[in-house]
Design a protein around this ligand. Structure first.
Ligand code: NAG
Ligand code: NAG
Length: 438
C-alpha cells in the first residue's frame, strides 16, 4: 500500500483557536464541496442522483468531525485476485435503475448483510419483496465472502434498486494468508513459545479462527464503507436501516420505520436509533397502544450519520474488545462509552423476526422462531400487514437493564493483534488521503 497522510480537513486543532474563522472556512468548504459534487454529478453515471446530494449533512458540519487515532496509519492486506475483482464489482452502479429511476425524497436506505445461508436469504428476499414502499429506496447487500448461490439470489431481485458490495478483506477470500490462516499461525490453545507459532491468544487462551472473526470484521467494514466510503451512501443525510440474512421482514416494516424515524425527535429526543423489533429477539412486542423505548436491539436497527460519527469515534474500543460478536461489543463497550442511556424507539408490535438458529452467539440463543433447514412461512396477523403505529400514542420507557452491558468481559475470539489492527484500519481507510506517488 502507498503511504498515507492525514487529511487536512480532519485536523481539529484550529477549531478551538479561532471558531469564527473556522465557521467562515467551513462555509467556503461546503460551497466548494457543493461545486465539486455538481461537477462530478455532471460527468458520471450519478447524474440522475440529484436527490442524493445532501450536502448540508456532510461531516464538515459542527462538532461532527472525524476523530483519528494519533499515529495510527491504516494498513490493508494486499488483495487476492478474487478480492480485487469483487472490489471492482463494488464500483458498479445499482441495478434496476431502469425499473426504479428515482429514489423517494426522504427514503431510508436499507443495508442487508449476509454470509452464506442461501436458504435463509431466500426467505428474507421474499419477505422484502412484499414490503410496502421498498421500491422507493435503495437496497444495499453486503456480502462476507463470495458464494455463487448468494450472488444469484441477489441478482434475481427486481423489486427495487439493488447495489451489491463484497467485503474485499473477508477472511473467506484469503485461503493461505491473513486475514485467512497463514502457515505458522497458532491454532486453538497452542503455546506460541513452545510451538514457535504466530498469534495472540484471547482471554480464554484460544487463538484466532478466521471463520469466527469474519463476522465482526464484516460488520465493521460494512458500517465504515456505507457511511464513509460508498458513493451511493456517503452523503446520505437520513437514516440507514440494517438487517441480516436471517431476519424475516414484515410488509409494514418500511412504513413503520419511516414513521418512527420521523417521530423520534418529538417522542424520544434522547433516542439514538429506531428498531423494527424488540431487543429481546424472542419477543414479538407487547401489543400495547404505545411507543416503546428500550436498549438498542440487533434486529432491524436504523440510525443517522450523527450517531454513526459517535460510534466511529469509539473505533478503538470496538476493535480492542475481546469478543467476536459485533453486537455484544456494542452493548458492552461502545454504547456505555457514549454516555448515559443509549436507547431506541420502536413500535409495540414487531416488524421483523430473527429466525436464524445457527447464530454463533453463545449463551443467549433461545430464539423459538428459528429454522435450520427447509421452508419457513410466517403468518403475519392482519394488523401487521400495514403500518400499525399511531403518531399520538404515548411513550413507554423500559428502565430495566437487560442483557449484555458495561462490565461484561466478552466471549473472546478477538485476541489477535492483527485482527485489532485490521479493524482499526477499516475505521480510518476512508479518512486518510493517499500521497500521490512519483
Ligand atoms: C440524528 O439522530 C440524533 C439522535 O436521534 C439526533 O440527535 C440528530 O439531530 C440527528 N441528526 C440529523 C442530522 O438529523
Ligand atoms: C420448499 O419450498 C419450495 C418452493 O416453494 C418447494 O419446492 C419445496 O418442496 C419446499 N420444501 C419443503 C421441505 O417443504
Amino acid at each position: 500500500m502507498a503511504s498515507y497522510k492525514r487529511s487536512r480537513l480532519k485536523d481539529a486543532g484550529y477549531r478551538r483557536v479561532v471558531p469564527l474563522v473556522l465557521l467562515v472556512l467551513t462555509t467556503v468548504l461546503v460551497l466548494v464541496v457543493i461545486f465539486l459534487l455538481r461537477n462530478e454529478a455532471g460527468s458520471s453515471y450519478y447524474s440522475s442522483y440529484d436527490d442524493e446530494v445532501d450536502v448540508e449533512s456532510s461531516s464538515l458540519e459542527g462538532g461532527d468531525h472525524v476523530q483519528l487515532e494519533p499515529k495510527f496509519r491504516p494498513k490493508l492486506p494486499e488483495m487476492t485476485d478474487l478480492a480485487m475483482s469483487l472490489e471492482q464489482r463494488n464500483q458498479l452502479p445499482p441495478r434496476n435503475r431502469d425499473l426504479f429511476p428515482h429514489l423517494a425524497k426522504d427514503h431510508i436506505k436499507i443495508v442487508l448483510y449476509v454470509h452464506n445461508r442461501p436458504q435463509y436469504l431466500q426467505v428474507v428476499v421474499r419477505s422484502l419483496s412484499n414490503v410496502e414502499g421498498i421500491g422507493e429506496t435503495l437496497l444495499i447487500v453486503s456480502h462476507d465472502g463470495y458464494f455463487a448461490e448468494m450472488d444469484r439470489i441477489i441478482q434475481s431481485i427486481k423489486f427495487c434498486q439493488v447495489k451489491q458490495i463484497f467485503a474485499p478483506y473477508s477472511p473467506h477470500l484469503y485461503p493461505d494468508r491473513f486475514p485467512g490462516v497463514s502457515p505458522g499461525d497458532c491454532q486453538d490453545k497452542d503455546d506460541p513459545d513452545e510451538k514457535k507459532c504466530r498469534g495472540n491468544a484471547d482471554q480464554y487462551g484460544n487463538h484466532r479462527s478466521p471463520k469466527i472473526v469474519s463476522l465482526k470484521h464484516h460488520w465493521w467494514w460494512m458500517m465504515n464503507s456505507v457511511w464513509d466510503g460508498l458513493t451511493e451512501t456517503k452523503r446520505h443525510s437520513g437514516h440507514i436501516l440494517f438487517i441480516e440474512e436471517d431476519h424475516f421482514i414484515y410488509s409494514n416494516a418500511y412504513r413503520n420505520v419511516q414513521l418512527l424515524a420521523k417521530l423520534k425527535p418529538m417522542k424520544c429526543p434522547d433516542c439514538y436509533a429506531v428498531n423494527l423489533a424488540p431487543s429481546d429477539v424472542t419477543s414479538k412486542g407487547e401489543g400495547w397502544e404505545s411507543l416503546i423505548v428500550e436498549k438498542i436491539g440487533n434486529v432491524g436497527y436504523t440510525f443517522n450519520r450523527t450517531v454513526w460519527r459517535k460510534i466511529h469515534a469509539k473505533a478503538k474500543e470496538f476493535c480492542s474488545f475481546d469478543d467476536y460478536n459485533w453486537d455484544i461489543t456494542m452493548w458492552a463497550t461502545v454504547y456505555p462509552s457514549l454516555g448515559s442511556r443509549v436507547v431506541s424507539l420502536r413500535g409495540p408490535r414487531t416488524s421483523a423476526v430473527h429466525f436464524g438458529k445457527c447464530g454463533l452467539h453463545q449463551g443467549n440463543d433461545k430464539s423459538t422462531a428459528c429454522i435450520d433447514n427447509g421452508n419457513l412461512s410466517f403468518d403475519t396477523d392482519e394488523i401487521d400487514k400495514r403500518s400499525n403505529i399511531i403518531s399520538n400514542w404515548p411513550v413507554y420507557v423500559f428502565k430495566k437493564k437487560t442483557g449484555y452491558q458495561a462490565g461484561f468481559k466478552g466471549w473472546g475470539g478477538w485476541g489477535d493483534e492483527r485482527d485489532r489492527e485490521l479493524c482499526l484500519s477499516f475505521a480510518y481507510m476512508y479518512h486518510f488521503t493517499e500521497v500521490s506517488s512519483g
